[in-house]
Design a protein around this ligand. Structure first.
Ligand code: ATP
Ligand code: MG
Length: 566
């Protein structure tokens, strides 16, 4: 029987078998190879984080919590062409919002540029790296294929002093882009293509978001990543499967450099979610081409989009914890994420009433100035308290809850001569209605059935349905944004499909002139609600500052009460 991870903040679910990384950690701790677990989450700041990253965040921070270790946040900022400070700030916000705190300062790959450069010089002096002048096309030719070995570069055996000097010129900006690279001297005949003299440094005359124009060369991810882990004392370096074939290369650098520690890399399967795309490049395309309104558009599978849509962080964590940490990539059903969202919101979201398509009802047997405060519970869990609902002579109900003629199909709706219970309130009976020139019902006249608050009518003619409502006098105007899935194809980017073709043209419906319960005038950003009979909603935040309340009262639909997709 495997020993369970212990430690102060243990989040491990005891009923769950250990995943292969936990098993490796246990055996490393037992054998004494490792005495403290150190993990890291290493995003490249070239886009916003998405739900796939959430899996990696929950895994890395979760392991550190379970084993009482540390998890670092390290920006892998080695490619200044695509990286921006905006992304750095968004990533920091997302990690914190998800509920995690890194150990120590935020780290950056660029903090180690000086050390990496010294190590590059070290490898040249050891005869294990050289400056190569093959251009990109020639390099491809020399590399060989999966079935054929490569050929040695004609620059492979140039003198050490020459490589050192050329590397210095590259660094100082005296060499044009693409003319020279620094390559590791490993084995052009290796069956593993990533060991065929991989590039360590490229000339890029691009300013960096942190180091400015101090550098004209930038390290390749493969030359940076393992050594950064070593510098930081990362014990278990967890990444996704696509890096498995690069592991021998990381190990080669670690073996051949005087690094302070020997991290070990473990690869797990990426999270792919159907009806969505989890690639920053594709998400960026959606933003850049205006298919959505920014990275935090509530339809985006980004952390900031989910947050703006009203998805609670705990729902994302619970979802991620439910996923297998396996050595194969998997496709997860969107309904699994939605299950965790509904579950959390059902348990914790305060209830409120909002009428989406208002229809006025005048209750004739109430005086014009009638005002009664009806109390209703905030949530089926009575501990969450009560709220007060002003009840007046004129109220709004949803157009869809009134039918001009009674029929069996609509027996739970209001129609002339029929009764309905107002949610949390009285029973009313419709008398007649008025229409406009467009033949639409614009007003319903009704009467209140007395003494029916929390009671059936004395004449025992019971209403068949319950509908939501708001006072016409004491309500607030708002807009409601109804969202559907962003893609209508479950696998929008499978095979050679163009994911843009799969965009759902009906993913956003805007309802204006909705009428919300008066208390929602003070709704706070980040507070989810269940609008009774309608779904889960939250106040939209400002696009540029997700903690601020915008001027206009707009509610985003987080999710419907039940799935319409299954
Ligand atoms: P993308 O393909 O979206 O650009 P990436 O892997 O290039 O993602 P990084 O910023 O390098 O993005 O990712 C940071 C960490 O998150 C890495 O360790 C990476 O393995 C992990 N990660 C990225 N996407 C997923 C995913 N879909 N599932 C699980 N982990 C992921
Ligand atoms: Mg990457």
């Amino acid at each position: 029987m495997e020993k369970r991870p212990s430690g102060a903040g243990s989040m491990a679910d005891d009923s769950k078998p250990l995943n292969f990384i936990q098993q490796a950690i246990n055996s490393d701790l037992e054998s004494g190879v490792v005495d403290k677990v150190v993990t890291r989450f290493p995003p490249e700041p070239n886009g916003y984080l998405h739900i796939g990253h959430a899996k990696s965040i929950c895994l890395n921070f979760g392991l550190a919590q379970q084993y009482g270790g540390d998890c670092h946040l390290r920006f892998d900022d080695t490619n200044p062409e695509k990286e921006e400070d905006e992304y750095v700030q968004a990533i920091i916000e997302d990690v914190q919002w998800l509920g995690f705190q890194w150990s120590g300062d935020i780290r950056y790959a660029s903090d180690y540029f000086g050390q990496l450069y010294e190590w590059a010089q070290y490898l040249i002096r050891e005869g294990k790296a050289y400056v190569c002048e093959l251009n990109a096309e020639q390099m491809r030719e020399y590399r060989g294929t999966l079935t054929e070995p490569g050929k040695n570069s004609p620059f492979r055996d140039r003198p050490v002093e020459e490589s050192l000097m050329l590397l210095e010129s590259m660094k100082n900006g005296d060499v044009d882009e693409w003319l020279m690279t620094l390559r590791a001297k490993i084995d052009m005949a290796s069956p593993n293509v990533s060991l065929r003299d991989p590039v360590m440094y490229r000339v890029k005359k691009v300013p960096h978001h942190r180091t400015g124009d101090a550098w004209n060369i930038y390290p390749a991810y493969d030359f940076a990543h393992g050594q950064e882990d070593a510098i930081e004392g990362v014990s278990h370096s967890v990444c996704t499967l696509e890096f498995a074939s690069n592991r021998p290369l990381y190990d080669w650098f670690i073996e051949n450099l005087p690094v302070p520690a020997t991290p070990h890399q473990y690869e797990f399967g990426r999270l792919n979610l159907n009806y969505s795309v989890t690639s920053k490049r594709k998400l960026k395309q959606l933003v850049d081409e205006g298919h959505v309104d920014g990275w935090n558009d509530p339809r985006m599978p980004t952390i900031s989009g989910l947050r703006r849509r009203g998805v609670p962080a705990v729902a994302i964590r619970n979802f991620c914890d439910s996923l297998a940490v396996a050595k194969t990539d998997g496709m997860v059903d969107m309904s699994q994420l939605e299950h965790f969202i509904r579950d959390e919101l059902n348990n914790n979201a305060p209830r409120a009433m909002t009428v989406m398509r208002p229809l006025k009802v005048v209750i004739a047997n109430l005086p014009e100035d009638h005002l009664e405060q009806i109390t209703a519970s905030v949530h089926p869990n009575q501990d969450m308290g009560i709220r007060s609902l002003p009840f007046t002579r004129e109220i709004y109900i949803d157009q869809d809850d009134f039918k001009e003629e009674y029929s069996k199909k609509f027996k739970k709706k209001l129609s002339p001569g029929k009764r309905i219970r107002l949610r949390n309130g009285y029973v009313i009976e419709a008398v007649d209605y008025e229409k406009n020139d467009a033949d639409e019902v614009v007003l319903v006249n009704a009467i209140l059935i007395e003494d029916t608050l929390g009671k059936d009518p004395a004449d025992e003619v019971k209403p068949k349905g319950v509908i939501h409502w708001v006072s016409a006098q004491y309500c607030v105007d708002c807009d409601v944004y109804l969202y559907d899935r962003l893609f209508s194809d479950p696998l929008p980017d499978a095979g050679d499909k163009n994911f843009l073709d799969a965009i759902n043209p009906d993913s956003l419906h805007i309802l204006t002139g909705c009428k919300a319960e008066a208390s929602l005038a003070d709704a706070e950003v980040g507070q989810p609600y269940q609008f009774e009979r309608e779904g889960y909603f939250c106040l939209n935040s400002c696009k540029d500052s997700q903690n601020s309340r915008p001027e206009k009262l707009v509610f985003n639909q987080t999710i419907a009460l039940r799935s319409v997709w299954s």
